[in-house]
Write a protein that binds this ligand. Structure first.
Ligand code: AMP
Length: 395
């Protein structure tokens, strides 16, 4: 951890915000909504900044309707809040500066600066002694040719900034794809990075919470299954050995501690057949793969974020039930809503308890995240069977 970071943190260490305080959130999407729901139950008040009128959090929080890079609106948010957090990492640098200067942002802006950029992020992970997939920074087509020579096929070309849900990346499988991949991604004007393709057995994630005084608690590991690069299922407990789980936890906590994280850090990892782990990506906020915690853990990731930024003791993260979380996208919404009004025979037969969360979005679109269901079960196989038998997710 840098000296400046340590000093910044020790200056703020004593600031504890008790219920009754107002928490400002940059972003009023589903994460802002679920943070506000958890915190409202604890007696906090919320104000969010989001450009979309009636954003998902507006059912539970006051909303400042403005663009994310509107510095006057950021100032308004700063003055209305006792403490500020965010639901996404791509916070405009000017806005971050104002918030840090004019309000209280215990998470700081360095964590955002690092996680906004894949190369900076990889260097921070490596600095903690934690492995990432071999990579090269790409500075032009010749440097890409050289990098491919070093890393081999297949490799994944990614934009260093701005990518999500698989956007801004290209798997290069053979030489004839190299130029096309470069031209497609370089057109964005963004910096590029090439990563070796990891033939993983599964993808997992672990959410680590850290408070300003250095207390660290992580949640149980989630096994994540994606369809078209969008998270489809989280399965907890993850179906990997206890040894791999312990090692993943050790690595994730090392990254969070070394980066001096305050709040949450979601750490996504690849697990290979022989149990080797590579960190793929970090997110300094609640994460879709942590939604299962809402009913399946003693403390949810949203409550834990509030505890961390308000400097309360962190909550117990014990898993109270095996769980499968399934995302509800626009194309699934109608079938899911139809099922709510009738007895769920499939769930009763399997002994599964489905808990539905919808985000109150006014417009439903294909592949847009509209909600999720936490399937509490005795064994994750039963939760997976429910997803299969309801047939909602087959198209
Ligand atoms: P990302 O945006 O980096 O999380 O990538 C989205 C998805 O692409 C990941 O969840 C993986 O399934 C896949 N992916 C990304 N990078 C790699 C890699 N180096 N090797 C194999 N698969 C990858």
């Amino acid at each position: 951890m840098s000296k400046k970071l340590e000093e910044d943190q020790s200056n703020e260490m004593s600031k504890t915000l008790l219920p009754g305080s107002t928490i400002g959130i940059l972003g009023g999407g589903q994460l802002g909504r679920m943070i506000s729901l958890a915190g409202t139950a604890m007696g906090y008040r919320f104000v969010t900044l989001d450009p979309t009128p009636q954003s998902p959090s507006s059912d539970v929080a006051q909303q400042i309707v403005a663009e994310y890079d509107d510095v006057n609106a950021a100032r308004k948010l700063a003055h209305a809040s006792d403490v500020i957090t965010y639901e996404f990492e791509n916070v405009d640098a000017g806005v971050a500066e104002i918030l840090v200067k004019e309000s209280y942002v215990p998470q700081g802006s360095e964590l955002l600066y690092t996680t906004q950029h894949r190369v900076r992020e990889k260097r921070a992970i490596e600095a903690a002694g934690v492995p990432v997939a071999p990579y090269r920074v790409i500075e032009g087509i010749d440097s890409l040719r050289q990098a491919i020579e070093d890393l081999g096929y297949p490799s994944v070309l990614k934009t260093a900034t701005g990518g999500y849900d698989g956007k801004g990346q290209f798997v290069i499988r053979s030489e004839d794809q190299l130029e096309g991949a470069y031209n497609e991604l370089a057109a964005s004007g963004r910096e590029l990075v090439l990563e070796k393709f990891i033939a993983f057995q599964c993808e997992i994630s672990i959410i680590v919470a850290r408070s300003p005084n250095g207390e660290v608690k992580s949640f149980p590991i989630s096994e994540n299954i994606h369809i078209n690069n969008i998270l489809h299922l989280s399965v907890v407990p993850a179906r990997i050995t206890a040894q791999v789980q312990n090692e993943a936890r050790r690595l994730a906590e090392a990254v969070a501690t070394n980066m001096g994280v305050v709040g949450l850090l979601a750490v996504e990892l690849f697990v290979t057949e022989d149990g080797t782990l590579y960190v793929n990506e970090l997110a300094p906020r609640p994460h879709n793969s942590g939604h299962y915690t809402m009913e399946a853990c003693m403390t949810s990731q949203f409550e834990q974020l509030i505890r961390a930024v308000c400097n309360l003791p962190l909550g117990d993260t014990t898993l109270v039930s095996p769980v499968v979380m399934v995302n509800v996208l626009g194309q699934h919404l109608e079938s899911v809503v139809q099922r709510v009004g009738v007895q769920d025979e499939v769930a009763m037969e399997l002994g599964v308890i489905p808990k539905l969360h919808l985000y109150g979005k006014t417009e439903s679109k294909t592949n847009r995240k509209m909600g999720h269901i936490n399937l509490l079960c005795k064994d994750v196989q039963d939760g997976l069977e429910w997803v299969e038998q309801t047939k909602i997710w087959r198209h």
